[in-house]
Design a protein around this ligand. Structure first.
Ligand code: DC
Length: 232
């Protein structure tokens, strides 16, 4: 019996990763964080000193070539995921504000997206997966059995991101974190190739005043009822 694909999209700091991880654990599905793939690509581009600004054709071509010669593997681990970039474990190295900004710049390049989207489709082809990102319900799996668009107020999103930076000992202020998420949101929403949009058939979940466990139970319940529907 085929298990559903659950697509979770939303802006920076909406709580996608926490939600997707918990839902995957509740259902026994595989968790896939697609942002980690864009981050891993961005880390490689930063290390190579590749330019990532604007739409210059030469930098676009360099990034597309880089994407086609890169191997990114996602390994499930303890309800989370490890990220291997050309065989190197970069799980921790991709979680910096610098890599996050570079990932959102690199994510505007259609050729880079095409390579990563193909990988993501392979990862979810058999179903039984909770995949989070920006374009999962709109582009990667437009036929996903359940689509969630997760939101939260900008202040709450900035605070969540800021706490994560604090825990890692990164010196970045709340104001700067708010600016950073606005900047990334704008780029994610305004790019022409697969922008962040709420798919028309997505269920919108506002996590501003919700406990993570509450949101996870709600989504797991919706997923179970979709799974029952498709098995009929
Ligand atoms: O979810 P995240 O913050 O780790 O993602 C990093 C960047 O990658 C984000 O700013 C936009 C991009 N991204 C994307 O364009 N499409 C996805 N499916 C996932 C991430």
């Amino acid at each position: 019996m085929r298990k559903p694909v659950i697509a979770i999209d939303g802006p920076v700091g909406s709580g996608k990763s926490t939600l997707a991880r918990r839902v995957a654990a509740l259902l026994g599905y595989v968790y896939v964080d697609t942002g980690a793939m864009y981050r891993a690509m961005a880390l490689k581009a930063l290390r190579r000193g590749a330019a990532m600004g604007g739409a210059e054709t030469s930098s676009t071509r360099t990034l597309e070539a880089l994407a086609s010669e890169t191997r990114i593997d996602l390994r499930a681990e303890d309800g989370g995921q490890r990220v291997l970039l050309d065989g190197e474990d970069v799980t921790g190295a991709i979680r910096t504000p610098e890599v996050a900004q570079a990932a959102s710049k690199l994510a505007v390049v259609p050729g880079v997206r095409a390579v990563l989207v193909a990988e993501q489709r392979r990862a979810g082809a058999r179903g039984g997966v909770v995949m989070e990102g920006r374009d999962i319900g709109s582009v990667v799996f437009p036929d996903a059995e359940l689509k969630i668009f997760l939101t939260a107020s900008p202040d709450v999103r900035a605070e969540r991101r800021w706490r994560e930076h604090q825990q890692k000992g990164e010196a970045i202020g709340l104001e700067r974190t708010l600016e950073e998420i606005h900047e990334r949101d704008r780029r994610d929403r305004e790019r022409t190739s697969s922008p962040l949009v709420c798919a028309p058939d997505a269920v919108v979940v506002d996590s501003t005043a919700m406990e993570p466990e509450e949101a996870a139970r709600l989504v797991a319940m919706l997923a179970r009822s979709r799974a029952a529907e498709i098995s009929r």
